[in-house]
Design a protein around this ligand. Structure first.
Ligand code: FA5
Length: 314
């Protein structure tokens, strides 16, 4: 029976309800129950026939049929991946090939992950340095992806216990109360790296980063460090890369793209990792500045502008 026929029967059944009133009171209950039963059976049958028709439709799709490239299709505009998303995919790809796990950061975090877990003591002036936004409830849109270090350490701690290492990268969106200009945004992306083993060294971190930059920019380049300060690393470094020659560098220009260092023992301890047995290094850098270099962009504000003429260039 077709759905139409079944629905017709359902309608006829509706008319039966009117008869109830004409029956002697003692018969009404059984009569009502009978109609309800029939109604339920019909509804079930309708659902079954409809479901069968739907799956039959799917099997009718010819997957080998040519895509309809008509005039309308040719003039239609299609969306594309945002350039930052596309570059983040490439960044993740490079680190994945080096054996790093990937976790995503979050866009709202708390005081513990933003400060306490990162060895900022209460009232430490470096807390103000991050000049973060806060919601009325006291949550914090993270000012850097380091807010994820504690979670990453805890999540992969079992890898250490099983004789392996912790190796994670964490791309994410961050927010700062910033005076915006061509190289400073209030909303931008960072990529964090966290590595822990029995024998981790700063030399290994610089090796990982050098390899990353060479793959990302597709040429050999030098990196150098200068002293920095972060409460969650000791020693702390700022890491600079030589401006790639393909982008007009002559071996004399340096760009500061990252902060990093050896993970502070208190940060390891807070995540339940014994700093007398394990050592780690971590780094974090801005993604827009990396991408700006690659595509010779002179203003960071294009990324969040939503301007189609900019987006269509990618
Ligand atoms: C940090 O954010 C630390 N969390 C980095 C770190 C991670 C240190 C792990 C130690 C261990 P800093 O505030 O310097 O550090 O920012 C790191 C990078 O983010 C900068 O080098 C820059 O590339 C980028 N960045 C910072 N502020 C902005 C901004 N307003 N707009 C665009 N990029 C920015």
């Amino acid at each position: 029976m077709t759905v139409e026929e079944l629905k017709k029967q359902l309608k006829l059944l509706g008319a039966e309800y009117a008869k109830i009133k004409t029956l002697p009171p003692e018969d009404r209950k059984t009569f009502g129950e009978e109609i309800n039963k029939k109604k339920q059976a019909l509804l079930k049958q309708i659902a079954e026939v409809e479901a069968a028709a739907e799956s039959a439709d799917i099997t009718k799709i010819d997957l080998t049929a040519p895509f309809p490239v008509n005039a309308e299709y040719k003039t239609q505009k299609f969306g594309t991946k945002h350039p930052l998303s596309a570059e983040i995919d490439k960044i993740i790809d490079i680190y994945s090939h080096m054996g790093f796990n990937v976790i995503e950061s979050r866009q709202l975090d708390d005081e513990f992950h933003m400060f306490d877990s990162l060895n900022f003591s209460k009232g430490h002036p470096a807390r103000d340095g991050y000049d973060t936004f806060r919601t009325e409830e006291g949550f914090i849109p993270p000012a850097h992806t380091s807010t994820m270090q504690h979670r990453a350490l805890k999540k992969y701690k079992k890898d250490l216990e099983n004789g392996g290492n912790i190796a994670v990268v964490i791309p994410g969106r961050v927010f700062r109360n910033e005076d915006v200009d061509a190289t400073h945004e209030h909303t931008f992306y960072q990529c964090e790296g966290v590595f822990v083993s029995k024998t981790a060294t700063l030399g290994q971190m610089l090796g990982v980063l050098k390899h990353f930059f060479e793959v990302y920019y597709g040429e050999k380049l030098r990196i150098k460090t200068q002293p920095g300060y972060f409460p969650f690393t000791e020693p702390s470094l700022e890491i600079l890369i030589e401006k790639p020659k393909s982008l007009g560098g002559k071996g004399d220009g340096w760009l500061e793209l990252l902060g990093g260092g050896m993970i502070h023992p208190n940060v390891l301890k807070a995540a339940g990792i014994d700093p007398t047995k394990y050592k780690g290094f971590a780094w974090g850098g801005g993604i827009e500045r990396l991408v700006m270099m690659k595509y010779k962009l002179n203003d960071i504000r294009y990324f969040e502008s939503g301007k189609l003429d900019f987006l269509e260039e990618f």
